[in-house]
Ligand binder design. Structure first.
Ligand code: AP5
Ligand code: MG
Length: 243
């Protein structure tokens, strides 16, 4: 049940609607398309989102980043989101859908956007259709055996949001891109990752079928290919789609 405080927060837009990477970087879109990025936790959505949004001039909207910004700012939405994120569960649909609906009215979305981590269940997908027109879905399939290590070893830059893996850091504690401090996400621990993967299987994976039936999905495999190689494949798929 949502508390009265949270409903008021939604109603009066008392939430922080910015993401670490995109707020200062509104670009003129080149392709004007609206995309969804689908994939299990750790599949590489955030990693590919940066590259895709740069290449196509799309605004990167990550619901996970929006929730983490709210947690950091101590908003009511942040307080609510934290109680679900820490357990690896989904934040209630009413809150999440309202945040995305509002974000998509911003001027920068007129040139196209990339939704990372939304929708995450059938309810959210159906709600999204009421306020957005989606042109394509990029789905990253991945071998689940890789995910526990990827996520528990992930370190994220506090400043620019770039992700690293401890195995390649050689003990470094700052970001090689911007010098920011690296931290470990609180939900990147074995127990929470286990719940996140269950939630993905039960609630998010059915969206692959949902968008396949709509004929707008592009499927990729993110298991073996390094991020740059995977991006080249995604780019080829999207270029073909926008021809
Ligand atoms: P969110 O922030 O969306 O997390 P997630 O879906 O669990 O996905 P991650 O961000 O952990 O992984 P990613 O796919 O972005 O992978 P990354 O590129 O970082 O959501 C967090 C929480 O918020 C949810 O659990 C939920 O509670 C809540 N929430 C969010 N959206 C919601 C919604 N719509 N409804 C309700 N609740 C919502 O890569 C992972 C690691 O792998 C990195 O270390 C990276 O360097 C590495 N890597 C990436 N690509 C490669 C590659 N090709 N080869 C080798 N390593 C790679
Ligand atoms: Mg991510």
């Amino acid at each position: 049940m949502l508390t009265l405080h949270v409903l008021q927060a939604i109603l009066f837009k008392n939430f922080a609607l910015y993401e670490t990477r995109t707020i200062y970087k509104i670009k003129k879109g080149k392709h004007n398309m609206n995309l969804i990025l689908l994939g299990a936790p750790g599949a590489g959505k955030g990693t590919q989102a940066t590259k895709i949004s740069d290449r196509y001039g799309l605004v990167h909207i990550s619901t996970g980043d929006i929730f983490r910004a709210n947690i950091k700012n101590g908003t009511k939405i942040g307080l609510l989101a934290k109680s679900f994120i820490d357990k690896g569960e989904l934040v209630p649909d009413e809150v999440t859908c309202e945040i995305v609906k509002d974000r998509l009215t911003w001027e920068d979305c007129k040139n196209g956007y990339l939704l990372d981590g939304f929708p995450r269940n059938l309810f959210q997908a159906e709600e999204l259709e009421k306020f957005a027109k989606i042109d394509g879905v990029v789905n990253i399939n991945i071998d689940f055996k890789l995910l526990m290590d990827r996520l528990c070893g992930r370190r994220v830059c506090k400043e620019c949001g770039e992700s690293f893996h401890v195995s390649t850091l050689n003990g470094a504690t700052t970001c090689s891109r911007c010098g920011g401090e690296l931290y470990q996400r609180k939900d990147d621990n074995p127990e929470t990752v286990g719940s996140r993967l269950n939630v993905y299987n039960e609630q998010t994976a059915p969206l692959i079928d949902y968008y396949t039936k709509k004929g707008i999905i592009l499927n990729f495999t993110g298991s073996e290919a390094p991020a740059e190689v995977l991006f080249e494949e995604i780019k080829a798929g999207l270029d073909q789609m926008t021809k």
